[in-house]
Write a protein that binds this ligand. Structure first.
Ligand SMILES: [Zn+2]
Length: 261
């Protein structure tokens, strides 16, 4: 048995607990014997994760469910294996559930042909489809589901008191989850999700990658300014809502104005 190192009351992060980087962040929320896991990561790490949870003296039979913040391969590839080992259920947003149940490989980033990325995405049945406002109990505690589309249309976050398990909404270095039209990204929705996080009573953000950090509205404002800029730039292709440069160019052509003319 090993000593539990909670990062907040009733919250263990398994990379922190292990003392080395396993993969994406793996939050274990517990009360008494009951526990659940937010994201599982890649299949190759499932054995290590289950061993670690057993060594922390959590009964494997008391896993309430395996939660998916969204369906990306680096968060969910191990779900089928972990579900079988733990004899538990999977919980996800309905749109993520469709991708997980069909074993989608494009929208989950398992297959990025142009970059030679080709990962398996084992199909898994999702027993619980949850959406904004739903509550998930763990022992005597409760977590509230937030739908925060933007990075993915199925992106969920989970509020637990003054903590928000914030998925791929925002990271400590002011980066955000990848914006990619093929992935269901939507910049106007992303902006709304970040505004909601900024304006909420949440005090700590616990993202799915990298360090957790105290919420700073000024920092989120800087990120929002950047994303608002993307709406009118070519950086993310069809995710922009317009491209003012083309209007200007049209005008310059009509007026016979060219560079150097
Ligand atoms: Zn991610």
């Amino acid at each position: 048995m090993i000593t539990r190192k909670p990062i907040f009351p009733n919250v263990i992060e398994l990379n922190v607990q292990a003392g080395h980087l396993i993969g994406c962040n793996l939050y274990l929320i517990y009360d008494k014997d009951e526990w659940l896991l937010i994201d599982i990561g890649y299949e190759e790490h499932v054995d290590e994760i289950v061993d670690l949870i057993r060594d922390l003296d959590f009964p494997l039979s008391k896993c309430k469910t395996l939660l998916a913040t969204h369906a990306d391969v680096d968060h969910c590839q191990g779900l089928a294996k972990a579900k079988q080992m733990l004899k538990t259920t999977v919980t996800a947003h309905p749109k993520a559930a469709d991708l997980l149940e069909s074993g989608d490989r494009l929208q989950t980033f398992a297959e990025i042909h142009a970059q030679g990325i080709s990962e398996p995405m084992p199909k898994v049945t999702v027993e619980h489809r949850v959406n904004d406002g739903d509550c998930i109990s763990i022992g005597g505690l409760e977590m509230t589901v937030w739908s925060t589309p933007g990075h993915a249309d199925s992106q969920l976050a989970f509020q637990f008191g003054n903590l928000l398990f914030s998925g791929d909404n925002i990271y400590r270095d002011e980066g955000v989850g990848a914006i990619d039209a093929h992935h269901g990204s939507d910049i106007p929705s992303f902006i709304k999700s970040l505004e909601r996080i900024r304006d909420s009573s949440v005090e700590w953000l616990l993202p799915s990658h990298g360090p957790y950090f105290r919420k700073d509205p000024a920092m989120i404002d800087r990120v929002l300014k950047r994303l608002n800029g993307y709406l009118h730039l070519s950086d993310f292709g069809t995710c922009a809502i317009d491209w003012p440069l083309m209007k200007q160019w049209e005008q310059e052509i009509a007026e016979g104005r060219y560079p150097g003319n």
